[in-house]
Write a protein that binds this ligand. Structure first.
Ligand SMILES: Cc1ncc(COP(=O)(O)O)c(C=O)c1O
Length: 397
């Protein structure tokens, strides 16, 4: 009997294509048809990779650093990652507790493969980054979603999390600053969450992808609290901090046995992250850091503009983001009145009719919001938000 295209492993049906990527491809399709699309969908810096980092990559090619490296990354990069984390946050990781991965997504995927048994529960505050749900499901785990308090800036507290702990809880997964809301878990609350995790013997994974993009507080890592290293795993990425999304370098900081298990997995899957990108990453971590501050200042300006502009649109409310580069406006009052009902329908019409791409809140576990990435030029932010204003005002008449 012949196989059909439907004859695939059951587990692949547990996941779906990342909705953020779908938005980009829909916007692209429209653009190819000649439309002038303003894209607020992409979650990536609009800045180029800083020149010193690019030059390090070019040198790596010229010096023929183009062969396999150890599957978990070269030792010099692991050292650079540990040193930078010590300098920025006061932690004390050694290369044996560090693994280099093909982007931050890869380390989170691998962690779920290594830590989650079928039926294990992973606590995830809502709204959440779209990928968490799928990687937990793919590992056979069960997502336990915890609603955050939008009135209090999408706050998530230890007591909210505690109510969802069960004997099957394996991981608490915190992303601060949060994609999509920009919410930041304050230090005191994070320490309470850590205590909860240690007391119950569950892992606390801290996704620090946006850790350097904070507007009102100093960068902080929960891994710096004495004793934290037994329960905490850092999932890190150079993608946003150094505008290096395409280079695909992420990392994990974790107890050595966890690092070794991920290494085993990577040795059969990706092998090493790209050798050239590893050299560029060393330069990013050890070279001048000014570009990070420059980007942060620009994002702050844009955040202020986007929040102020959204607050002028009828029916829209917005919690001011404290970090990252996303705004997550609540369109509840619009959806109730304009007949679109869901953020998905709203986003589809906004793209079709006003040529503005946003990501619908369903992707992040809420049904009243859309995500706007303000990693876009001021020019685009101005015209995109003008279009959105006209679109919404027109529908509310
Ligand atoms: C919360 C969060 N974590 C991790 C990542 C992973 O980024 P990358 O795989 O590009 O390093 C992203 C990317 O959008 C993110 O938003």
């Amino acid at each position: 009997m012949q196989q059909t295209a439907q004859d695939q492993a059951d587990r692949i049906s547990l996941i779906s294509v990342s909705s953020t990527m779908k938005v980009s491809s829909d916007a692209d399709k429209l653009r190819r048809q000649g439309a002038d699309v303003v894209d607020f969908g992409a979650g990536e810096p609009d800045f180029p990779t800083p020149d010193n980092i690019k030059q390090a990559g070019i040198r790596a090619i010229e010096e023929n650093f183009t062969k396999y490296t150890p599957a978990g990354g070269v030792i010099e990069l692991k050292q650079a990652i540990c040193e930078r984390h010590t300098t920025d946050f006061g932690t004390s990781y050694s290369p044996a507790e560090c693994i280099v991965t093909v982007g931050g997504k890869h380390v989170i995927f691998n962690l779920m493969q290594v830590l989650v048994n079928p039926g294990d529960e992973v606590i995830i505050p809502v709204p959440y980054w779209v990928t968490y749900k799928d990687v937990v499901n793919y590992a056979g785990g069960v997502c336990v979603f915890v609603d955050s308090d939008e009135e209090k800036g999408f706050a998530v507290t230890a007591s909210m999390i505690e109510r969802h702990l069960t004997p099957r809880t394996r991981i608490i997964l915190i992303n601060s600053p949060n994609n999509p809301s920009g919410a930041v878990v304050d230090r005191e609350e994070f320490e309470k969450i850590l205590k909860l995790a240690s007391r119950h013997g569950v892992w606390l994974i801290t996704d620090e992808c946006y850790c350097h993009f904070l507007y009102d507080s100093a960068p902080f890592s929960i891994a710096s609290i004495p004793g934290a290293k037994e329960s905490v795993i850092v999932a890190g990425s150079l993608s946003k901090t150094y505008a290096m999304t395409g280079w695909r370098i992420g990392f994990g900081l974790a107890p050595a046995p966890v690092v070794n298990s991920i290494l085993k997995l990577q040795s059969h899957m990706t092998s090493n992250p790209v050798s050239i990108a590893q050299r560029a990453a060393i330069e990013a971590l050890r070279g001048p850091q000014e570009s990070v501050g420059v980007m942060l200042a620009e994002y702050r300006k844009r955040r202020d503009f986007v929040v102020a502009r959204l607050r002028q649109i009828p029916g829209v409310s917005i919690v001011e983001p404290q970090g990252a580069f996303y705004a997550y406006p609540n369109l509840g009052a619009v959806l109730d009145r304009d007949g679109t009902r869901s953020p998905l329908q709203f986003a589809e019409r906004l793209l079709e009719e006003a040529h503005v791409a946003v990501v619908p809140g369903e992707a992040f576990g809420t049904d009243r919001h859309v995500r706007i990435s303000y990693a876009a030029s001021m020019h685009d932010l101005e015209r995109g938000l003008d279009r959105m204003h006209t679109f919404i005002a027109g529908r509310l008449q």
